[in-house]
Ligand binder design. Structure first.
Ligand SMILES: NC(=O)c1ccc[n+]([C@@H]2O[C@H](COP(=O)([O-])OP(=O)(O)OC[C@H]3O[C@@H](n4cnc5c(N)ncnc54)[C@H](OP(=O)(O)O)[C@@H]3O)[C@@H](O)[C@H]2O)c1
Length: 278
């Protein structure tokens, strides 16, 4: 079966589906013939994003939930399952960034980022696993980051949430393999999305720039879905140079050690001079 046919008629829920990587995943899944439940917290943003995909007619559906709220996540996934009678893929994709000096982080910042990036994934997994076990099949894809496998300086808060997601998802991948359930961890590098314009306090900064070398979200979604179809565990996108960076860090490569030290120095100077690292 080709990768395209693999998703045909499959029931997919994508959290954070109204923007960025989540939106690109929704669109690519629809192109590949899936039934997609786009989940987001802001009804207007979700309706507008779904409207852009209205050419897929009755295969695009919407769900409203704040992923930091366990009941709302549970109700939304259950609503999709009630309507579609099953769930084949759950993409726990919703998340926020967090690049800031540790010194500047308040306990509210910690709570927001852990609730949004980590508890959201736990809530999704907690709801979907019993349903998928009953079905005897299902695939949960949790979004981590390259910052969830490599420790980038000034991203301590974000790293805590994303290393947690990577470790959790990889453990479950082995734990449930004999039960017919699959797990994957998406580790994106810089992908061109609005995440770079948002700060941990929920504010949006139009003046903030998306890095020029950021990888296109639609290409990332194509790559991710090909790898998910192959049931790959950790999916690093784009594959290079991030995979070499990851290997170099794990193996203690001196060049990678120097690179991370230099990054810490450059970001520290940038924060001291401009109050921001970009
Ligand atoms: N872009 C990158 O370079 C990059 C790199 C590594 C990892 N990632 C990860 O990839 C995932 C997607 O990010 P993105 O780049 O596509 O960013 P994005 O364009 O800002 O999209 C994030 C999505 O998550 C939603 N969301 C945030 N908090 C939520 C909440 N409490 N409840 C429900 N939905 C919520 C957002 O909703 P609103 O539109 O209402 O804010 C939005 O739909 C995140 O987990 C992020 O950490 C991204």
């Amino acid at each position: 079966m080709s990768n395209s046919e693999y998703y045909k008629d499959k029931i997919c829920v994508v959290t954070g589906g109204n923007s960025g990587i989540g939106y690109a995943l929704c669109e690519e899944l629809l192109k590949r013939g899936a039934d997609v439940y786009m989940l987001g917290r802001n009804p207007k943003k979700v309706a507008d994003a779904a409207e852009q995909l209205s050419s897929y007619k009755d295969r695009i559906h919407t769900l409203i939930a704040d992923v930091t709220n366990q009941k709302q996540v549970e109700n939304a996934i259950n609503d999709a399952v009630k309507e579609a009678s099953r769930i084949d893929f759950l993409f726990n994709n919703a998340g926020i960034g967090g690049t800031l000096p540790y010194d500047n982080a308040t306990l509210d910042d910690w709570k927001t980022i852990i609730d949004t990036n980590t508890w959201s994934v736990i809530y999704g997994v907690h709801t979907a696993v019993p349903i998928m076990l009953e079905q005897g099949s299902g695939h949960i894809i949790n979004t981590s980051s390259v910052a969830g496998i490599v420790p980038f300086p000034f991203q301590g808060l974000y790293a805590l949430t994303k290393f947690g997601v990577t470790g959790f998802t990889e453990c479950l991948r082995y734990e449930y393999a004999e039960k017919g359930l699959h797990f994957s961890t998406i580790c994106p590098g810089n992908i061109a999305t609005p995440i770079f314009k948002k700060t941990i306090d929920g504010k949006e900064h139009e003046e903030a720039k998306i890095p020029e070398d950021a990888y296109p979200a639609d290409k990332a979604a194509e790559y991710i879905l090909d790898k998910v179809a192959n049931k790959q565990g950790v999916i690093v996108v784009p594959e290079q140079p991030q995979t070499d960076l990851w290997k170099g860090y794990v193996l203690g490569d001196e060049k990678i050690e120097e690179l991370l030290m230099q990054m810490a120095h450059d970001r520290r100077i940038a924060y001291e001079e401009k109050g921001t690292y970009f």
